[in-house]
Design a protein around this ligand. Structure first.
Ligand code: URA
Length: 186
């Protein structure tokens, strides 16, 4: 599948009930040739309205971390596991993840990143391992096929203000940036 075919299929998708309640699909944005992909959970209200991932309050906080470690947002690819917003931002259901993950798989196939960073527990549980404990395992790297994966705290968790989590996030993001520069320059 080409990017255009994939994006069009996704935009017209009615494979789960979220197709009926979404305003816009949130396919993903950024550099389709980046070595680094960030994968969040699912669009929230602002993302559903704009069609762009991580533009609400959590997204703005995430932007600050990207800036702090000198990664221009447009240099990386950012998307979510689910392309449509679950009503009232409830957790994505297993069956919704099962169908939507096919789009993510295609995105990974097309981008061929060297690193995938899960934003939060939900995507880490689906993409790294099912009983992922974010407080214990965040920032640990695992090799999967042709890329390395890790997870960091979801920015919406950090909005609640836990200082320790914020410090850990900065350290994890520094490590992400270091690896990013290594792959980008090699
Ligand atoms: N939370 C997510 O997981 N993804 C977004 O795009 C916005 C908020």
């Amino acid at each position: 599948m080409t990017w255009n075919e994939l994006e069009e299929t996704c935009n017209n998708c009615q494979r789960c009930s979220l197709g009926k309640t979404r305003t816009k699909t949130v396919f993903g944005t950024g550099n389709r040739e980046s070595v680094l992909m960030f994968v969040g959970e699912a669009p929230g209200e602002n993302e559903d309205l704009t069609g762009i991932p991580f533009v609400g309050r959590a997204g703005q906080l995430f932007d600050k971390y990207l800036k702090a470690v000198d990664i221009p947002r447009e240099d990386v690819y950012i998307c979510n596991m689910l392309k449509c917003r679950p009503p009232k931002n409830r957790d994505p259901e297993e069956s919704e993840q099962d169908v939507c993950i096919e789009y993510l798989r295609e995105q990974v196939r097309l981008i061929r990143p060297k690193m995938i960073v899960c934003l939060g527990r939900i995507s880490a549980m689906r993409l790294i391992h099912p009983d992922y404990k974010i407080t214990k395992e965040h920032g640990r790297w695992v090799k999967k096929g042709n890329f390395e994966m890790t997870a960091v705290y979801h920015p919406s968790l950090l909005l609640r203000g836990n200082v320790t989590y914020k410090e850990q996030m900065l350290e994890d993001m520094k490590a992400v940036a270091e690896k990013y520069r290594f792959y980008k320059n090699s």
